[in-house]
Design a protein around this ligand. Structure first.
Ligand SMILES: [Zn+2]
Length: 154
């Protein structure tokens, strides 16, 4: 399947090996994009709105805003999903199920970019989620990711 191949190639291209720390991954992404990468928890983001995380791209840096979660794994998955979009070259910024209601929380200068990404095709999201799962498996130290693809989208 095309997505599987894309994701496998992306994982191999990171040259992180089978196991790595989240920090290693963050540094690799930052180095490749030649710009600062910040991960920020936004207490105001509520997962009940269906929002997991946002990737905001400004001229100077990439910012991953993620919702607060009591589960470290959950949080990590939010961040990995956004990193996956960056690694896969999915354009500037991602809003995963962004609701209009959240936009007041977003600095005005980033809103335009964010809005442009609202109309995401599902293949892009599936690929990002699939790569996020593979990265999570690498961080757990597993050689092979047990993809949740069929659970979510089957
Ligand atoms: Zn997404």
């Amino acid at each position: 399947m095309k997505i599987e191949q894309t994701v496998s190639a992306a994982v191999a291209g990171l040259e992180l090996g089978n196991t790595f720390a989240l920090d290693d991954l963050l540094h690799t992404v930052q180095d490749r994009r030649h710009r600062r990468l910040r991960v920020v928890e936004l207490a105001d983001l509520d997962t009940h709105d269906g929002l997991c995380a946002l990737w905001l791209s400004t001229d100077a840096e990439d910012v991953v805003l993620h919702a607060r979660s009591d589960s470290a794994l959950h949080r990590q998955q939010f961040v990995l999903h956004e990193l996956a979009h960056m690694i896969l070259g999915h354009g500037e910024g991602d809003g995963c199920a962004v609701g209009e209601v959240l936009l007041p929380n977003i600095p005005p200068y980033t809103r335009g970019r964010l809005l442009r990404r609202q109309d995401l095709d599902s293949e892009t999201e599936i690929a990002a989620e699939s790569l996020a799962d593979r990265l999570a498996a690498g961080i757990r130290g597993s050689v092979f990711a047990e993809s949740r693809y069929s659970e979510i989208f089957g």
